[in-house]
Design a binder for this molecule. Structure first.
Ligand code: NAG
Ligand code: NAG
Ligand code: NAG
Ligand code: NAG
Length: 219
């Protein structure tokens, strides 16, 4: 064991970056220092998401202007020919402001249940608020319920009345910013007072939805 030629040590990671959370656009350096004889080869691999694959053949992995697709697990491997590789993982969380991915106008008849849905992607997860014109809606008041579950917020009318029809705004907020979308609750009445193309189109949508529902029930 005294001779340098026979001094062989398995690869061992001796210092590695901790899990980190950064804002989208910032620069990140991950470090993975390894020891062994012969000197281990160190590689970084991205395990999750769209940008999956080998990303660096070096102890340092530098990402400038990180994107949300580059979030997830990164794996460092230290390899030599003495023993099995030493492998460790680091989790990178990338914060980004909300964007609303789903917010559809919805039809409901008077006396029935109506549900408006608003879906927002964000890290950290978005908080939601609902407005009708300038007025903020509160859970449990005026026969509505607001429920937030992960990316989705729903506004439920237990018993739709004429005064409920109209233009609602869903606001999604996290610490990096906010965004909003307008969602219309419309009824079959839109056919009769269809003074503009928009409400006619919505009535049409409502009708085709209703017809489809009947069709599905019959067959
Ligand atoms: C690991 O590296 C960091 C950054 O160079 C250093 O601050 C820290 O003290 C090191 N930790 C150990 C256990 O050597
Ligand atoms: C819905 O509201 C109408 C008008 O306020 C009322 O007459 C009806 O009984 C309500 N229906 C239910 C299921 O609560
Ligand atoms: C709903 O309200 C928003 C903002 O108040 C407005 O931009 C949008 O045009 C309205 N939609 C309709 C169909 O009136
Ligand atoms: C919705 O977004 C627009 C444009 O960013 C902004 O002007 C408006 O105040 C927002 N509305 C609400 C209710 O937050």
């Amino acid at each position: 064991m005294e001779s340098h030629g026979y001094f062989r040590v398995p690869p061992q990671i001796i210092n590695i970056s901790s899990d980190i959370t950064v804002n989208e656009g910032s620069s990140v350096t991950l470090m993975c220092l390894a020891f062994g004889r012969p000197e281990p080869t160190v590689t970084w691999k991205h395990l999750s998401g769209k940008g999956r694959g080998f990303v660096s053949e070096d102890e340092y992995l530098e990402i400038s202007g990180i994107t949300r697709d580059q979030s997830g697990e990164y794996e460092c491997s230290a390899v030599n020919d003495v023993a099995a590789p030493d492998i460790r993982r680091v989790k990178v969380t990338v914060n980004y402001p909300p964007y609303i991915s789903n917010a559809k106008n919805t039809g409901a008849s008077v006396g029935q249940k109506g549900i408006l849905r608003c879906e927002a992607s964000a890290v950290p997860v978005a908080e939601f608020q609902w407005f009708k014109e300038e007025t903020r809606l509160a859970n449990g008041l005026d026969g509505v319920r607001i429920e937030n579950k992960g990316r989705m917020s729903t506004l439920t009318f237990f018993n739709v009345s004429e005064k409920d029809y109209g233009n609602y705004t869903c606001v999604a907020t996290n610490k990096l910013g906010n965004t909003n979308a307008s969602i219309i609750l419309y009824g079959p009445g839109a056919v009769h007072d269809g003074s503009n193309a928009a409400s006619r189109a919505m009535a049409c949508l409502w009708l085709s939805g209703t017809l489809l529902a009947h069709f599905l029930i019959k067959f």
